[in-house]
Write a protein that binds this ligand. Structure first.
Ligand code: AMP
Length: 222
């Protein structure tokens, strides 16, 4: 099954995508993670992408779209994938449709996570990620803290704050881009009949793992 995870920063896209990937075996394809790995390894792509990422801007489509197309060509994505962070604009969604059409494929489900804005900002500020790029586990200092402060439960590496999570300016910029450029995708996928909107909020006591459980149950037809 081919799935897209949608939702503003801090709604738990990565968490839900990771849980679904673990249970289905379909790869989680996070454009942000691919970029961050390239930045860390100082590849040409990483150096170029970092010019945009550090300030919270989108990396241009000339870089992003071929990167996703190549990743979708890999063997592990042939039976299904979970896109996390792509598409982020209508133009990217249209390019994705073209890429998939050539392979006789389509998007089967778009999971749109919604969370009250004040909660998302709080979550972004308290998010910590594993510094080991092969692990990339995500924690939240309030809702999901690591067992030992500053250390990843899964691999023992140091936990760090993403550079773009530490500045209010970058957070605001990313949320503004989400509202103006990414949110219109809700209607785009609603029209295609593949949209599934899920509220994730402590206010309604519903978190990413609840959403993942419900989606998995539906996928299995239980
Ligand atoms: P994320 O981890 O999804 O929050 O992405 C981190 C950063 O990577 C974003 O703020 C963008 O600079 C860049 N990025 C990730 N996905 C895309 C995309 N689909 N298009 C353009 N830039 C992206």
């Amino acid at each position: 099954m081919n799935i897209i995870m949608m939702g503003a920063q801090g709604t738990g896209k990565g968490t839900v995508a990771g849980l679904l990937s673990e249970k289905t075996g379909w790869p989680q394809i996070s454009t942000g993670d691919i970029f961050r790995k390239n930045v860390e390894e100082k590849t040409e792509l990483g150096i170029e992408a970092n010019k945009y990422m550090a300030s919270g801007n989108l990396v241009p489509d000339e870089i992003t779209v071929p990167m996703v197309a190549n990743r979708l060509n890999e063997e592990d994505a042939k039976d299904g994938f979970i896109l996390d962070g792509f598409p982020r604009t209508i133009a990217q969604a249209e390019k994705l449709d073209e890429i998939l059409k050539e392979k006789n494929k389509k998007i089967d489900m778009v999971i749109n996570l919604t969370t009250p804005r004040e909660e998302t900002i709080e979550r972004i500020l308290t998010r910590r990620v594993c510094s080991n790029q092969e692990c990339k586990a995500t924690y939240n200092l309030v809702m999901h803290p690591p067992k030992v402060e500053g250390i990843c439960d899964k691999c023992g590496a140091e936990l760090v704050q993403r550079k773009d999570d530490s500045s209010r300016e970058s957070i605001n910029k990313r949320l503004e881009i989400y509202d103006t450029q990414t949110a219109p995708l809700v209607e785009y996928y609603e029209k295609k009949g593949v949209l599934r909107t899920e509220e994730v909020s402590t206010k309604v006591n519903r978190l990413g793992n609840n959403v993942a459980d419900d989606v998995l149950r539906d996928i299995k037809g239980e």
